[in-house]
Design a protein around this ligand. Structure first.
Ligand SMILES: Nc1ncnc2c1ncn2[C@@H]1O[C@H](COP(=O)(O)OS(=O)(=O)O)[C@@H](OP(=O)(O)O)[C@H]1O
Ligand SMILES: [Mg+2]
Ligand SMILES: [Mg+2]
Ligand SMILES: [Mg+2]
Length: 357
């Protein structure tokens, strides 16, 4: 099957990085650095980016990576850099054979910094480019809420493989979303799911750490968006951060569609995963600031996983997200993810609300 090795490497690399992010959370190694845009970046973000790029470069040396983080601030903060190195150098998958597939350990702290900086591809619509968000929803991660380790392979501008590791979402696809999803999750028993998709091959979920509840020996299950026919019964997913998507517009759209249930707020591409498995029905991300341009690593994996699970993903104009234009989604504003049968109806409501402003 096409992209079999890429899928396997991506799944294992994301699972290994999630071992690190969970350790960072539980060891409270929570030093943060503030980036130019004032968003936080943690030991977990840097460490996960290093581990995932190392795995990609070991297996596919000439592939490029568009990664969210870069190491310049670490090169100036030796203490932070060595804290990260001390965690990164010891992270291993349980299964030695799988671990070996990702290449040997990173050899030194200096090499780790260089690897983090290999996420500097300009992106584009030619060749093989991985989009990597080592921790999506960093604020959710710090809060103990939802976050996701996100990796997608884009070939000539099209997303071919998408993997999302969500350590704080339930393993069970049928577990309903709760209102406090964004606040009080934990990676205890029954939590931690890995969503995957390959273009044209459908979408799946499985336990993130190969143990726990499963329906067969590997625990891989096909996933599908919900079979909702009456959109007024929809469960809508939205951001936690008020600055990331418009809660006011979402409320007006919900009213127009006759939706009475309160939206479920959670950070990260866990929203795409939740829609793909039918735990949520809709994901709406309407712009707050006109000048904000979405990043490809915040959407590439989720976009493919939802589409392969029977959903449609567009911007507010009804166009597909274009991942071939560089590091950002320069041609798209906002995101609407919904089961294919109700997407047009939701899009219409979105446009009516936006046009009436
Ligand atoms: N102004 C603005 N508008 C839209 N999006 C923004 C904005 N600022 C930041 N970001 C990006 O939002 C990513 C996390 O957003 P989410 O909506 O998934 O989660 S959250 O509930 O808002 O925390 C977050 O990803 P991470 O940095 O990986 O956490 C950012 O890339
Ligand atoms: Mg960030
Ligand atoms: Mg992100
Ligand atoms: Mg991030």
């Amino acid at each position: 099957m096409a992209y079999e090795k890429e899928l396997q490497v991506a799944q294992l690399a994301v699972a290994r990085a999630a071992i690190l992010t969970k350790a960072v959370f539980h060891e409270k190694a929570k030093g943060t650095v503030s980036k130019d845009d004032k968003s936080p970046v943690t030991i977990g973000d840097f460490g996960a980016q290093a581990l995932i790029i190392a795995a990609i470069k070991h297996n596919f040396p000439s592939d490029e990576v568009v990664g969210e983080e870069e190491a310049s601030s670490l090169r100036e903060q030796k203490d932070l850099s060595s804290t990260i190195w001390n965690l990164v150098k010891d992270v291993k998958l349980d299964d030695p054979e799988s671990d070996a597939l990702l290449g040997g350990p990173i050899r030194s702290e200096a090499e780790m910094l260089d690897i983090i900086d290999m996420g500097n591809s300009a992106g584009g619509n030619k060749g093989r480019i991985w989009a990597l968000d080592p921790i999506d929803g960093t604020k959710g991660f710090l809060r103990g809420g939802q976050y996701a380790v996100c990796l997608a392979l884009i070939v000539d501008g099209d997303v071919k493989v998408g993997v999302l590791g969500c350590p704080n979402l339930p393993i069970d696809d049928r577990e309903p979303l709760t209102e406090d999803m964004g606040a009080a999750a934990s990676d205890a028993e029954g939590k931690g799911v890995l969503f995957s998709a390959v273009l044209g091959q459908g979408a799946t979920s499985q336990p993130l750490t190969r143990r726990g509840a499963s329906t067969d020996s590997t625990g891989v299950r096909p996933i599908h968006v919900s079979k909702i026919s009456d959109v007024s019964e929809a469960v809508m997913c939205e951001s936690v951060e008020p600055g990331h998507s418009s809660k006011g517009d979402n409320a007006l759209i919900a009213e127009k569609l006759g939706i009475t249930r309160k939206p479920v707020q959670m950070d990260s591409q866990a929203k795409y995963g939740s829609v793909a498995r039918g735990a949520g029905d809709l994901y709406l991300r309407l712009p707050v600031r006109k000048d904000y341009i979405e990043k490809i690593w915040d959407h590439a994996a989720g976009d493919l996983i939802v589409r392969e699970a029977g959903g449609q993903v567009t911007d507010v104009a009804g166009n597909r997200l274009n991942f071939g234009l560089g590091r950002t989604l320069t041609e798209n504003k906002g995101v609407i993810a919904a089961p294919a049968n109700v997407h047009a109806q939701v899009l219409k409501a979105v446009q009516e609300v936006l046009n009436s402003k």
